[in-house]
Write a protein that binds this ligand. Structure first.
Ligand code: SF4
Ligand code: SF4
Length: 576
């Protein structure tokens, strides 16, 4: 089973009945697999905060609930997490957070365990798919016993690799009574102070459970001491073949007596973990008089691996294989409806119109890459709008620079609505382009409130974007089909002349969901001048034949979007 699939199985076996998530690599498959189980209500939420709040509500109603998100999603959900630990829960509540050490598909590699320590939420870290299933199942019991939410911390390598899992039956857990105690769930200061005092007792209870848990185990009797957790445990086992191991599955709060007894047996202990030296620092703070070597000696931003451990700790280089690997730079798909927007913005920039373009998190981040090269910032979900507001307010006296913000449809409902309110309320002269491709494409085409498709594929009312924008105070809203490139370009140029917030909705389904037209294009070699202007649209179906000095289009890759037709100044691209 895939790690994420095993997590979903664990939730099902534990009798969970409610699941809510916002997609984000590497966590998305947790919900995609929860959808397989009919016993669960499943939903995609507009963002991680709402997802966690929905699970909190389900817990208060008496049902075991699970939500999942990528690590940066926890920034969005942190507000509720920080107080949820004070109030506690009713039925067991599990939060799957998938970290991305090495940043394979993320903007940072923040370590979720610091959030857990700050909020005092529990963290369990599986090392393989079997543990992913078993720890998730156990997490619901721990949550109910301690009155705390439990985080299952996964990492990319665990979420996206497979190992054998022994399955068990589902436990039909009796629904708890609805919990309506105001002294527990209304955090007015008098209640909050009392709840805060009790929080430390809940953490102590968790520690006493973890000191005795079989999920934390001592293995081997070598002279070298190693403490490892998560998937890094598997890497450490490959390197330290004859060491004594303390395998930790509970990394917040730590079972300090167990750790202390183990560490004192050695002069030096290696702590192998993913992302930051979280466990190593906690052990150092215990002042056990033993040298602790942890993640701080590793080069930052590299995912842990057996080769990295050998190289960093023992200066042993991994064998080198002289295999040619062709570079494969990321590109928009052939026929992608986003391409035209960035091509148009790039053309406007080339005409010496100075644009500052803020963008956001999604497939359309690729608009930053050459030759499209039409993005100046990408920070986090929704930041395109707030940053554009600040830029525009400070640049508006400078006639030369116009500010454009681009973001996708899912990002718009995730974190874009407050940004639009900011632009409208404070009259920031920003052109916003919402790239509405009717899906959350980058994570695998999940539905969202703009598409009106729900988690199990059933339809609901989609957000009426024009009405929402007008209602928020945007006076100029245009909906354009980006396949009509000339109209799109003209609309952008016209809207850039406005001196107030305005929005273009570039609306066309993702080409992988619905192709633009059932036609293909080819190059007329007689007419082609070999000028390569069409290659600026960066379509993977197009290449330049150096021998004949003409552009070629691969018919099997062409999705018929026509963008190259509009780009060619010599009328050399025609329908096949
Ligand atoms: S823009 Fe037209 S003429 Fe120039 S290389 Fe492309 S197809 Fe040929
Ligand atoms: S029409 Fe041109 S730009 Fe569009 S997919 Fe085909 S080759 Fe690519």
């Amino acid at each position: 089973m895939l790690g994420n699939e095993a997590i979903a199985r664990g939730a099902w076996e534990a009798g969970a009945t409610f699941a809510s998530a916002y997609p984000g690599t590497p966590s998305t498959e947790v919900m995609e697999n929860l959808k397989k189980y009919e016993e669960l209500y499943v939903e995609w939420a507009p963002n991680e905060k709402v997802s966690l709040e929905a699970c909190f509500g389900a817990s208060l109603s008496g049902n075991r609930s699970i939500c999942s998100m990528k690590h940066v999603g926890l920034n969005v959900a942190a507000d509720v997490l920080q107080t949820m630990t004070y109030t506690g829960i009713n039925a067991g509540l599990v939060i799957v957070v998938a970290d991305d050490p090495g940043m394979h598909s993320s903007q940072n590699e923040q370590d979720t365990r610091y959030f857990a320590k700050m909020s005092r939420a529990i963290v369990l870290e599986p090392s393989d798919s079997q543990e992913a299933k078993d720890l998730t199942k156990w997490a619901f019991e721990v949550s109910e016993e301690t009155d705390l939410p439990v985080i299952i911390r996964s990492t990319t390598r665990l979420s996206h690799s497979s190992s054998i899992v022994e399955l068990e039956d589902r436990v039909e857990v009796l629904k708890k009574d609805i919990d309506k105690r105001p002294e527990k769930y209304i955090v007015l200061p008098a209640n909050a102070r009392r709840l805060r005092a009790n929080l430390d007792n809940k953490v102590k209870k968790a520690v006493s459970i973890f000191e005795k848990s079989n999920f934390n185990k001592i293995e081997g009797n070598g002279n070298t001491g190693v403490i490892a957790c998560g998937v890094a445990y598997e890497h450490a086992r490959e390197v330290f073949k004859y060491a004594s191991f303390l395998k930790l599955s509970t990394t917040y709060p730590l079972p300090k007596s167990l750790i202390s007894d183990f560490v004192r047996r050695f002069d030096r202990v290696y702590v192998i973990e993913e992302s930051d030296p979280f466990v190593a620092d906690e052990i150092r703070a215990m002042n056990l008089g033993v040298e602790i070597i942890g993640k701080e000696v590793f080069e930052p931003s590299l995912e842990m691996s057996p080769d990295l451990i050998r190289k960093t700790l023992f200066n042993v280089e991994a064998p080198k294989y002289d295999l040619p690997v062709l570079p494969r730079p990321p590109l928009f798909c052939a026929g992608c409806p986003h391409r035209g927007v960035y091509y148009a913005l790039n053309k406007i920039r080339m005409k010496k119109k100075d644009l500052y373009i803020t963008s956001d998190i999604g497939c359309y981040s690729l608009g930053a890459l050459k030759p499209l090269d039409a993005t100046d910032t990408i920070i986090c979900m929704g930041a395109s709008l707030g940053m554009a507001a600040g830029l525009a307010q400070n640049l508006k006296s400078d006639d030369g620079i116009k500010v454009v913000a681009t973001l996708g449809d899912s990002t718009f409902t995730h974190a874009g609505l407050p940004g639009i309110a900011e632009l409208a309320y404070n009259k920031a002269p920003v052109l916003v382009i919402i790239l509405d491709n009717r899906t959350t494409a980058m994570t695998g085409h999940q539905g969202n409130p703009m598409s009106g498709i729900r988690a199990r594929g059933d339809e609901t009312d989609p957000i009426k974007i024009k009405k929402v924008l007008k209602g928020l105070g945007i006076n100029h809203v245009k909906v354009v089909d980006p396949i009509d490139f000339k109209k799109l370009q003209k609309t952008i140029e016209k809207m850039l002349k406005l001196n107030e917030p305005c929005v273009i909705v570039s609306k066309r389904p993702c080409v992988l969901v619905e192709r633009a037209q059932n036609v293909k294009y080819t190059v007329d070699e007689e007419k082609c001048k070999g000028c390569k202007i069409c290659l600026n649209v960066a379509c993977p179906a197009m290449s330049f034949n150096k021998d004949i000095k003409k552009v070629k289009i691969r018919a099997d890759l062409c999705y018929g979007c026509r963008l190259c037709v509009d780009a060619c100044l010599h009328g050399a691209i025609k329908q096949l």
